[in-house]
Design a protein around this ligand. Structure first.
Ligand SMILES: Cc1cc2nc3c(=O)[nH]c(=O)nc-3n(C[C@H](O)[C@H](O)[C@H](O)COP(=O)(O)O)c2cc1C
Length: 196
């Protein structure tokens, strides 16, 4: 195996390893001289409460990398029913999709999401082949009844056979999990909490 293909395999393994961490899914939306744009992003992190700061990490190849420079943006946290929106803004646009743009928003943002945060640019930090865009949150809202879209191991939860939000586990199942946790804790994992 050439050193180039070994490096590629290692990077793929690294990505798969990172994919073991389940995340929500956001679309970061912003304005450009050519109109509203968005990019699907799961590297969304809350950073600070005072001031209210959040960050997204954007790869060098994404159009958002230049589009977000010095630009206000919105982070739209997608609902469980919005995997088509996620795919649309992940480089596979669909003509059939009516993008649910929010009318008359000061920063472009989406309707029907689980939550949204409108941000002013605060700092950006170069980090390897990504740029961390830190935004100061100036407005936000959320729908407490909305189930979030989950992404895990390269798959949206609504495409998995057993989506994590589909059903609350029974007490018996939760007690079983508790046993598992205790076994793991013997093996060095400290948590023994029963997951909700
Ligand atoms: C679930 C999911 C999460 C993603 N998260 C990120 C991310 O955090 N940062 C990033 O740069 N690209 C991420 N991408 C890839 C971008 O969505 C993709 O490169 C997109 O085409 C960028 O759009 P743009 O070139 O218009 O900016 C993600 C894709 C998917 C499907």
């Amino acid at each position: 195996m050439s050193s180039k293909s070994r490096a590629r395999t290692e990077q793929l393994e690294f990505r798969r390893c990172l994919g073991a961490f389940p995340t929500g899914v956001t679309v970061v939306t912003y304005d450009t001289p050519d109109g509203r744009r968005g990019a699907t992003v799961n590297s969304f992190v809350s950073v600070s409460l005072d001031p209210a700061l959040v960050l997204v990490s954007i790869g060098a190849g994404a159009r958002a990398r230049t589009g977000l420079e010095g630009a206000p943006f919105a982070v739209n946290i997608l609902g469980a029913h919005q995997s088509d929106v996620a795919v649309h803004f992940a480089g596979r646009p669909s003509d059939a999709l009516r993008v649910p743009w929010q009318a008359e928003a000061s920063v472009p943002r989406l309707r029907e999401c689980a939550a949204w945060l409108e941000c002013l640019p605060w700092r950006s930090v170069e980090a390897g082949d990504h740029t961390l865009f830190i935004g100061e949150v100036v407005a936000f809202g959320h729908d407490p009844s909305a189930a979030p879209l989950i992404f895990h191991a390269g798959v949206f939860a609504d495409k998995q056979s057993n989506p994590p939000h589909a059903r609350r586990p029974s007490l018996a199942e939760r007690l079983d999990r508790r046993r598992d946790f205790e076994i793991w804790s013997d093996a060095g994992v400290t948590s023994s909490a029963v997951p909700a």
